[in-house]
Write a protein that binds this ligand. Sequence first.
Ligand SMILES: Cc1cc2nc3c(=O)[nH]c(=O)nc-3n(C[C@H](O)[C@H](O)[C@H](O)COP(=O)(O)O)c2cc1C
Length: 370
Amino acid sequence: MSDQTDSPVLQPVTIGDLRLQNRIVMAPLTRSRSNDEGVPPDFAADYYAQRADAGLIISEATNISSQARGYAMTPGIWSDAQVAAWTPIVEAVHRRGGAIFLQLWHTGRISHPDLHDGALPVAPSAIKAEGQAFTNDGMKDFVTPRALETDEIPAIVEDYRRAAEQAKAAGFDGVEVHAANNYLLEQFIRDSTNQRSDVYGGSIENRLRFPLDVVRAVVDVWGANRVGIRISPATTEPGKTPLDSQVGRTFDTFVDALSEIGLLYIHDIEGVTQQTRDVPDGVDFQALRKRFSGAYIANNQYTLELAEKTLAEGNADLFSFGRPFLANPDLVDRLRTGAPLAEAPKQYWYGGGAVGYSDWPGMNGKIELS
Ligand SMILES: Cc1cc2nc3c(=O)[nH]c(=O)nc-3n(C[C@H](O)[C@H](O)[C@H](O)COP(=O)(O)O)c2cc1C
């Protein structure tokens, strides 16, 4: 084991008005342990609090409305019962000195009628994704979604606004708008999934209109210094999604607008989440970072070593780790001491109870939560 106590990645840092314990972020991780009403379980408080040594925790993706749902057993933030369940989770993280943002989610076409009482999922255009949805009855093929009517879109912006208010009521420190991984907002951004002819489709400005309206509504609630956004310009998942035909220009324009709004951070999935860090033609993460005035959180297959190198080169401010947090609640301590990392078998990733979720020990045994 090697001592990494002096690693710059593990020192405190301030972004906006948030003082963070270190530059490690817990990436959002869907764990599918909520009930059919989208209420997270009480043992989620242990799970998140055990991981509160991260500089910042981003919660699992959380549905802004019933319409937003695309996966069984995922949590929501639209009902008061959901807020009541999130509140002790946030408090438990705060008791251990941590900070936690809620990730706001609408899945769009990455969904299934089983999650909507038989109704079609909604999307910018009626274009089916390749792949399968996670329903209560297992995996089922995606269907062709229903294209949203123009006048339905402002109502979804209001759903985001309300979800942001609900997140505030639950005590979160801020929110992250999920505009990555080809869920609804990214479906609007890309011309491969947005073939609308109204003010929400066609030109880059039109395709960015809805995502930027959402960001502004959320900023109205929180202030820009407590709002981040997740993007994945290079992803082809879920379901072999083609990139935007002018991906560089599209994301340059998007990031310029986000910078002008003054968002706290962009959280960039560099490559295809979990799969590759290869950069396709037309995508330049460093160029995006340079255009943006706030902090840059880098994600995808980071190790402490890669984070240190990237920080030294000035190419990121914070580093989010996803899979390593599954079985290593004390990941930051393990990185500090060079201790080996445990691996969570895939059977525990999605669904189930506390086993394989909130029962992973730290390297020195059970983690004390108060
Ligand atoms: C079990 C699991 C659940 C995930 N859930 C989400 C999610 O809810 N929201 C999101 O934006 N990304 C999600 N991701 C992607 C991760 O945040 C992250 O981008 C990915 O794991 C790559 O980072 P890593 O190499 O450090 O694991 C998930 C990944 C895994 C493995």
